[in-house]
Design a protein. Sequence first.
Length: 124
Amino acid sequence: MSKVSLYRDGFFSCQAKDPSMAEMIRRYSILSVKILQSWFTSKKKAKYLSWEIVAGLTTGFLTSLITISVVGILQQMKPWMLARVFTRICFKRACFLVVYLSVMGWVAMLYGEKLGLLKIFHSL
């Protein structure tokens, strides 16, 4: 038969050094709910979200302008080109450049968001 000793504060002499799996799941669920609530109710998130929208619109607008410009330049260069191979190579390179710039812009936005670069620029 095991003995249980009560301390002056009325708690048993057991510690929660190794909580059970159910206790850990309960703690994680409470923590995740609080994090989600803070994300959805914070005004700072809305401020950053508006900057993300502006950056996305700017990137999309610039991508479309670059694409239209490249296609226009290629159409003007078409009569001067003798070989279709050269046209295809230039078009592929232009398309690759547009895709590359778009992807790098997207990745830069993601890294900027993760690293909090907007906070740095706002503090200046």
